[in-house]
Design a protein around this ligand. Structure first.
Ligand code: IMP
Length: 435
């Protein structure tokens, strides 16, 4: 049963897009299971750079079936724009399938996202403003519209009849105007229903059948473990389960369906939006990582906060998702620094803490405990040499850094990424997945 999951082990933006694209070469199906257009997966193919938000990364590859699972929230307009962008690159997008059970992001979800953020004042989450939280809230409150509903006018009207007045009252209480007629919303949704009709299906049946037939199925995580609604830095999180556990609900597969779990780990740490970040650097080093790493959000363009690698975070992620190996990305960004620091534990109120605490209030008092490692120079790591010779051609201190991560995490490093391109990747895994 060759199945594989790619999960972010930090706060998102770990380079999952690149790793998923790299692994998708061998996949028959790539399945997204949570999140929505808040994600930003950047993929570099030759000189082409493609930024995806909602579409699974597999859509870039010819012949790979790309699935938007039931656990996603689908922004209909964003999906249309992304498909149009894809067609401009010469790709058809015809291999897309969308779950009939995925919830739809409605125009008022974006308005409510903004209004709720404003109402939180200086305690804002710093959301992407894509309506994600309000849409998931409606799903759980049984007030959502699902993709399959767009194909049935009578039922859709009935649903809007129940939901629409609730939303009008909520908007009023938040002091915003929906500027939306129920009848026009119905028309728009039916038009989108027609547009996406060829893609909408029961994707749980599709994915399970593929697994039974021995096809190679990859589950593509979005965001990262620390943004998980249950296990992240609550309330500074997104509204879905970003760990491997989210795969079962969000793709409609049993727990036994997930064989291998690759945790994508950036060689340092970044986060966008508000919330605690113990190893954050507020100095020139933080700015250096931001500039060299091009740490600006793919979805919102916001600068990402930067800091040293935090193994308390990574170990938390490994435990939650049962990660079997790590893919360490953006190692090149750390080149030419004399010393590197890696956080191995926190000190909180005089106590050494090795497990990630639940309370952001407690986390605000956490001080990182660092181990220092020697850096390496860019000159000692010529990409062409590394591509030719592999791991042994990596600079000695870079290998030491990777060894340190392996020992501290307790799991092997399977993939090393030292640049944006597909070829700037070393694959050290047992070849369980590749053909
Ligand atoms: P939301 O998902 O838009 O509700 O935003 C909630 C939090 O998750 C905010 O701090 C966002 O910046 C963060 N976030 C959401 N999606 C991503 C992502 O793909 N990468 C990094 N951060 C994200």
């Amino acid at each position: 049963m060759p199945t594989l999951a790619v999960i972010g082990s930090q706060w998102g933006d770990e380079g999952k897009g690149k790793i998923t694209d790299y692994l998708a070469e061998d996949a028959d199906l790539v399945v997204r299971f949570q999140g929505g257009a808040n994600a930003g997966h950047t993929i570099k193919v030759g000189n082409e750079v493609i930024a995806l938000h909602l579409l699974p990364s597999g859509i870039i590859r010819e012949g790979v079936l790309s699935v938007i699972g039931n656990g996603l929230v689908v922004d209909l307009e964003q999906l249309k724009n992304e498909l149009a962008m894809l067609r401009k690159t010469g790709r058809s997008g015809e291999m897309l399938r969308i779950s009939d059970r995925a919830n739809v992001v409605l125009p008022y979800h974006r308005l409510l996202d903004g209004a709720e953020e404003r109402a939180r004042g200086n305690k804002g989450v710093g959301t992407t403003g894509r309506g994600i939280g309000p849409c998931y809230a409606d799903k759980v409150a049984r007030a959502g519209i699902r993709m399959g509903d767009l194909l049935d006018e009578v039922y859709l009207w009935e649903r809007l009849d129940t939901i629409f007045p609730q939303k009008e009252r909520l908007a009023q209480s938040l002091g915003i105007k929906l500027d939306l007629e129920k009848a026009s919303l119905l028309r728009t949704l039916l038009e989108y229903g027609n547009l996406y009709r060829p893609y909408i299906t029961d994707t749980s049946v599709l994915v399970n059948r593929a697994i039974q037939e021995g096809k190679k199925v990859m589950f593509e995580g979005a965001q990262g473990t620390m943004l998980d609604i249950d296990h992240g830095t609550y309330p500074y999180v997104t509204s879905s389960n970003c760990t491997a556990a989210g795969i079962c609900n969000g793709a409609g597969v049993p727990p036994s369906a997930v064989e291998e779990v690759i945790g994508v780990t950036k060689a340092y740490t970044t986060r966008v939006g508000a919330g605690p970040f113990v190893t954050e650097l507020h100095d020139a080093m933080g700015l250096h990582l931001q500039n060299v790493g091009g740490e600006f959000g793919t979805t919102t363009g916001r600068p990402r906060r930067c800091g040293w690698l935090d193994m308390v975070v990574v170990r938390h992620a490994i435990r939650l998702s049962g990660m079997t190996s790590l893919a360490v990305t953006k190692l090149d960004v750390l080149s030419d620094l004399p010393t590197l620091k890696v956080c191995v534990a926190y000190e909180i109120d005089g106590q050494i803490v090795e497990d990630f605490p639940a309370s952001v209030f407690r986390l605000a008092r956490a001080k990182p405990i660092y181990e220092e490692l020697e850096g390496w120079t860019a000159a000692s790591s010529k990409p062409a040499d590394i591509i030719r010779k592999g791991y042994a051609a990596l600079p000695k201190n870079m290998r030491k850094y990777l060894d340190f991560i392996t020992t501290s995490s307790g799991i092997p490093i399977g993939i090393v990424s030292f640049g944006k391109g597909r070829e700037e990747t070393i694959d050290l895994r047992r070849r369980t997945w590749s053909r």
